[in-house]
Write a protein that binds this ligand. Structure first.
Ligand SMILES: Cc1ncc(COP(=O)(O)O)c(C=O)c1O
Length: 383
């Protein structure tokens, strides 16, 4: 079948006020999690239409968006969502911070598993909470990272109030399965924690038949009542610069606490975001399927190259996300990202995620760019 969308196209992003490309103009960027691809045409067209209206006053979610999201939740997550569960936000990180403030108070703690997307390690500070980071453990048989249940039991405190989950996991690329998510929800129930499930990467599972997404919203009702699920089209459809997310909170008490903690801290969501989100949820699927196919090609090339040419670097089976976690703990390299910078390559150092020596690579780029990165990787770390 002919491809309809061209992910090989090199798009010049430098000089467009891009965080990824303009933070350090000397280096080729493979760090922050956005893609070097254009968003789907349906999304661009929806934005153009809204732009052409010419009036950009305060906005609210329009009926078409709510309908598209509820339909998405039903078809993709197999969940019947009620409109009142939805709290729209201009981004997902604020939701993590609001949750920390809503469900815990000064002197209490939250728990998460590391390495983890950096804001998970920071939002506790917004609520003056201690952050308990428990390291994942590597399952060599399955070449994947897993929760360390024993260590979680050992480290959870009487004053721990929340668990912050990234599923699929950034940076480890895991799509946690049903049994793991149920075990985690039961851990939360046992210790009376609220489970905050950040599922921003859930439409970026690379083989959905093999490792389907199990959402916090798929939990049995009793466990789901203590969850806040965070969903967004922004990673999948590359619209992070527009900003849109939903906190989905079925339990009314938890929802009211969240809304109270949000208070007046958030700006109005911009009028374009609602229309971009609607277009993504309503019409983005054919583009997403081609994106996943392209990303699988990139992932396979990256994993094969590391496994064949740099076997001392540990790379897991990447089930989801366009991020790869390279673990250097069995090598002599202490700060691998710094060495790559000498080759003109900007990756994200493991320290940002709470674990060195490691680095995170964003491989959502045209294949030719990835090939250049792989050459630099083998020059830098090959024997
Ligand atoms: C797990 C996770 N949550 C949240 C975000 C960012 O969300 P937002 O840009 O909507 O604040 C990212 C971005 O990489 C992420 O990986």
């Amino acid at each position: 079948m002919m491809n309809k969308f061209n992910f090989d196209e090199i798009i010049v992003r430098r000089g467009t006020g891009s965080l990824k490309w303009d933070r350090n103009t000397q280096l080729e960027p493979f760090w922050v999690a956005d893609m070097d691809f254009k968003s789907p045409p349906c999304l661009v067209e929806a934005l153009q239409q809204r732009l052409n209206h010419g009036v950009y006053g305060y906005a609210i979610p329009h009926a078409g968006l709510t309908e598209a999201f509820i339909d998405y939740a039903k078809t993709r997550l197999s969940v019947d969502i009620e409109e009142e569960w939805l709290c729209p936000l201009g981004g997902l990180v604020p939701a993590l911070s609001i949750a920390a403030q809503a469900y815990a108070k000064e002197g209490q703690s939250l728990m998460t598993s590391t390495p983890i997307y950096t804001p998970f390690l920071k939002v506790g500070r917004d609520a003056q909470l201690e952050t308990i980071g428990v390291a994942h453990i590597y399952n060599t048989d399955l070449s994947r990272w897993e929760m360390d249940w024993e260590s979680m039991e050992k480290n959870v405190q009487a004053n721990t109030r929340l668990f912050l989950l990234s599923n699929p996991q950034n940076p480890l690329g895991r799509a946690f399965d049903r049994a793991e998510i149920i075990a985690l929800a039961e851990f939360c129930e046992r210790h009376d924690l609220i489970l905050i499930a950040d599922e921003i990467h859930c439409d970026l599972i690379l083989d959905e038949a093999k490792t389907p997404h199990f959402s916090g919203l798929n939990l049995p009702e009793k466990l789901r009542e203590r969850t806040v699920t965070l969903l967004s089209p922004s990673k999948t459809y590359n619209m992070a610069g527009i900003g849109f997310a939903y906190a989905v909170i079925p339990n009314v008490k938890l929802r009211n606490k969240f809304i109270l903690a949000k208070g007046c801290t958030q700006p109005e969501i911009n009028c374009f975001a609602y229309y971009a989100a609607e277009a993504a949820y309503r019409a983005g699927e054919p583009w997403r399927q081609e994106l996943l196919s392209y990303l699988r090609g990139n992932r396979d090339l990256l994993v094969e190259t590391v496994n064949n040419q740099l076997p001392q670097i540990k790379i897991p089976v990447i089930e989801a996300t366009y991020l790869a976690w390279l673990d250097f703990s069995e090598t002599d390299f202490e700060k691998p990202a710094e060495l790559l910078e000498k080759q003109g390559i900007f990756t994200a150092p493991g320290a940002w995620y709470g674990q060195e020596p490691a680095l995170r690579i964003n491989y959502a780029c045209p294949r030719s760019k990835l090939e250049n990165l792989l050459e630099k990787l083998t020059i830098t770390f090959g024997s």
